[in-house]
Design a protein around this ligand. Sequence first.
Ligand SMILES: [Zn+2]
Length: 113
Amino acid sequence: MHEVSIMEEAVRLAVDAAKSSGADRVTHLRLRVGALSGVVPDALRFAFDVVCRGTLAEGASLEIEPVAAASWCPVCRSEFAGTDFFNECPGCHKVCGELQRGREIEIATVETN
Ligand SMILES: [Zn+2]
């Protein structure tokens, strides 16, 4: 399952961060998950409990911050709601292919103790 390997990586990074700061455990992990990232938050939560077992992150809480998809129009210099493929600016109707946000899966915060 895709979510398990993502969570393994996130927990590994969180545990590394705890170790390098001299902490004994990870108490809280916050992830930013884009609307178009293709991962299911519930599956991430489930995977989190499994991959934390036996690590410094065992018993930590998980928070998932959803990130809405957004595209950027260089003409209007403004951001607008994006979709997966064609992102047409509502202001000038230029099609801007670049998504500004919405595909990320990243660690926002790691709290340690
Ligand atoms: Zn525009």
